[in-house]
Design a protein around this ligand. Structure first.
Ligand code: F6R
Length: 277
């Protein structure tokens, strides 16, 4: 990843870029993803990306689609794995993350359908554990993730690895599995589901261990509502109560891209003033 941007700092050995707004974060993240695709394609003839959903990466996908439509970027040699999916949910449900990915990226670029992997929210309960273990094995058999794209929850979650009382060592060993969603996550999901009662309270998620194994991790946060979680993850202690803080254990492979709002609670965040870039 680029080390020379004028807006780049290092916190706990993680690269951190603070950009003026969400649009700048989307453009910088899309540029980074494009660079990883090109480098991995040149080195190994293919790129393996771990992708996220939610509101944060929407602008990133819009930019990647724009680059594809302009004939500048191909996904022909790209394989993708998505982070998470509600459970249970039909893949055809418009609120599923499968539908989200199809709308925002997969249905709009030249990726081969059999190379876009999403956790299936319709797997029967009795098969979930084996299915999740198989998902981890597929990632490994594809050579691992060149880049894992992440957002961060207001409670510090990554994927749907929610705050929990495990030790750092235990939490860092968590693999892909079924989880119950945290109350903050359920409250935020009302946006997608329309009402608190309609929110699906469980999900399948890539595990912390699977995420930490990626060759590079790009985590995005925009908006002041993420500032506390960002500050805790970047500058607080490593703890399973703030799952994103576990990224500190692989710091040299982690890059954060924040807008000014999301950077607002960092200990030495630049105060309001002229854009840094
Ligand atoms: C989505 C995911 C979540 C989101 C996080 C932030 O696939 O894994 O961890 O990245 O909840 O969501 P937004 O971007 O909607 O604020």
């Amino acid at each position: 990843m680029s080390h020379s941007a004028p807006d780049a700092l290092r916190i706990r050995d993680m690269r951190v870029r603070i950009l003026p707004d969400a649009r700048a974060v989307s453009l910088a993240a899309a540029e980074e993803i494009e660079a990883v695709i090109r480098e991995a394609n040149a080195a190994r003839g293919r790129a393996v990306l771990g992708l996220a959903t939610g509101s944060t990466p929407e602008g990133v996908y819009a930019r990647l689609v724009e680059r594809h439509s302009a004939g500048e970027l191909s996904f022909r040699d790209v394989t993708t794995y998505n982070l998470d999916e509600y459970y249970p949910i039909s893949p055809a449900d418009p609120r599923s993350y499968r539908a989200y990915m199809h709308r925002h990226l997969l249905g709009r670029v030249d990726i081969a359908p059999n190379r876009a992997h999403l956790l299936d929210g319709s797997v029967p309960e009795s098969a979930v554990a084996e299915y999740c273990a198989a998902f981890d094995r597929w990632i490994e058999s594809d050579g691992g993730l060149d880049l894992q794209l992440l957002g961060i929850g207001r409670n510090g979650h990554i994927g749907f690895n929610e705050p929990c009382g495990l030790s750092v060592a235990e939490a860092s060993r968590l693999r892909t599995r079924r989880v119950e969603l945290h109350p903050v996550t359920r409250a935020d999901a009302v946006r997608e589901f329309g009402s608190a009662e309609a929110v699906i309270p469980a999900a399948l998620t890539l595990g912390v261990a699977t995420i930490l194994a990626a060759r590079s991790i790009l985590i995005l946060a925009t908006g002041a509502h993420k500032a506390e979680a960002v500050a805790a993850a970047l500058a607080g202690p490593m703890t399973a109560e703030v799952p994103a803080s576990l990224l500190q254990s692989v710091a040299p492979r982690v890059a954060w891209m924040l807008d000014r709002g999301a950077a607002g609670a960092l200990p030495d965040a630049p105060a309001a003033g002229p854009p840094i870039v």
